[in-house]
Each structure stands twice: as C-alpha cells, then as structure tokens.
Design a protein around this ligand. Structure first.
Ligand code: SAH
Length: 262
C-alpha cells in the first residue's frame, strides 16, 4: 500500500517512517511511504505556501496552486490512491475507517497548516476529510501519522502474528482484555491464576469476559450497535444477578451492615 504525506514539514514525517511496525512494514514491502514537500511545488522565489484570507481576519490560508500540484504529483505516482485531507471538519477517525482505508491501494494524506487550506482544494481534489478528534492542532501531520499507523497495522502481514490485529481493541467493538508478563508477582499483586494454568479454553474465556467488562465499564457506546453472542449475554446476565444481589443485600441490611455485623 502506498502512502504519500503532503506537508510543509516533511522531516517530521520521515522520522516517523523509521520506527517500529511502520518501518518494518516498509522494509518488508507491505507499504511504501513518501513525505512530499509542498514547497517544492511553489513557483516564487520565497517558496510561499500561504497567503492572507480573502474577506480579512486573522491567520493565513494555504495557497491552492502548490497544494494542487503536490496532490497531482502524488496521484501520478499512485493513481488509484484516495486523497484524504486532515481537518477538524472531517469525519472522526476510527477503526472502521482504518479498515476501509487499509483496503485502498494507497492514501495521499494532505496536511493543512495555518488556518487551513483554500476551500477549492477541499471541493475539487479531496476524496475524504478526516479529523482525529474534537480539538484543534496546529497542523495535519500528527493526524496523518495517526491514520497511517492505524492503517498499516491492518495490512495483512504487517504485524508479527498474522492474526494479532483481529484481537485488538475495537476489532469487534470491544476493548481489549488485560495483559500481564513476568514477574508473576509484582509489588504484591499476582497475575490472575487462570493465565498461569495452561488451560487455553479457560484463558480465552477469561480474556473474552475481561474485554466485555472493560467495554461495559469504559465504553458502553461501543456495544450499542453490536449483536451480543449467547455466551456474552450469559456473562452480562450473571453480572446483572450479582449486582442485583449486592443492591438487595444493601437495602435489606443497610449499607455496611454485612461487614460490621459481628
Ligand atoms: N482554522 C481551522 C483549524 C486549522 S488548524 C478550524 O478552526 O477548523 C491547521 C491544520 O491542522 C488543519 O488544516 C488540519 O490539517 C490540521 N488539524 C487541526 N486539528 C485537526 C484535527 N483535529 N484533526 C485533523 N487535522 C487537524
């Protein structure tokens, strides 16, 4: 898959290509990445990429001509690529979008700066606008790298284990279970026994239940449109009974009466 990041700060992105899974995917031929300097497509002596906004007001706007030429150059290198503008006005990026992007032959990620880019670029040369959250940053580069990282992980073979991406948070509208590594006891806290048991059916059950628990507690919104499996429904029904018993115990005996009863 081809990635081209269009930016006035290409070095910011190039260093990102040199670490971890992104680097490995590039070296392994699963992805190709270039950072294209928008300034190279300017025609004036000062390599100007911004100008004052029509209608007045503060800040500067990214000029359309160099940006248009940079996008066209990236498309010449990878004609089937989808052109994505990083923008606070875009759809908020999530794992489903990452999956759709991972199925594209390439992404051209356009990074705005200043007050943003000339509206004619957005209308005529951009296929999709993506935001990485409801806050304003000073440039699109961190967003482009966020998108790139999340997408690269989903390219088959980019992660070490072939199936690791399927088991991560959001893969099935669930957050991920806890992880533990050695030592078995750290500062008085033991690793859950089941993980040391070698019983893989029980370990899977524990992981599924913990994933469900974290999702219910931290991100119940993820479950709204998800069809629960019969075993997940059983787990929720069990918790429901346990919580009801707890509440019932409190209302019958009064708060704290069980521990203070002797
Ligand atoms: N004036 C704009 C903000 C411009 S910020 C507004 O109020 O909407 C400058 C650039 O940073 C944007 O063009 C965009 O490329 C990038 N950017 C800022 N916040 C972003 C976000 N939440 N997601 C993606 N890109 C963002």
């Amino acid at each position: 898959m081809n990635f081209a990041v269009l930016t006035i700060f290409p070095e910011m992105c190039r260093s990102f290509f040199e670490y971890g899974i992104v680097r490995r995917a590039i070296q392994g031929g699963k992805a190709a990445a270039v950072a294209i300097d928008i300034r190279e497509f300017t025609t004036d002596r000062h390599h100007t990429t911004d100008d004052r906004p029509y209608g007045g007001g503060c800040g500067m706007v990214m000029k359309p001509e160099p940006l248009a030429e940079a996008i066209r150059a990236a498309k010449r290198q990878s004609p089937e690529s989808t052109v994505v503008l990083l923008s606070p006005r875009g759809r908020i990026f999530n794992q489903s979008m990452a999956r759709v992007f991972a199925a594209c032959s390439g992404l051209v990620l356009v990074c705005g700066r200043y007050e943003g880019v000339d509206a004619r670029i957005c209308r005529n040369l951009i296929d999709d606008e993506v935001s990485i959250g409801d806050y304003v940053m000073s440039g699109g580069e961190p967003g482009a790298l966020v998108v790139m990282d999340a997408v690269i992980r989903l390219i088959p073979g980019a992660l070490g284990g072939e199936d690791s991406a399927d088991k991560e948070s959001f893969s099935d509208y669930l957050l991920e279970h806890d992880h533990y590594t050695r030592p078995p006891c750290f500062e008085g806290e033991d690793v859950p026994e089941v993980l040391l048991s070698g019983n893989h059916a029980e370990i899977d059950k524990w992981r599924q239940e913990t994933a469900l628990m974290y999702t219910v507690l931290k991100r119940p919104d993820l479950l709204k449109n998800r069809c629960l499996s019969p075993s997940e429904r059983d787990v929720l029904a069990r918790w429901h009974r346990e919580i009801e018993n707890l509440i019932h115990g409190q209302s019958v005996c009064g708060a704290g009466s069980l521990s203070g009863g002797q």
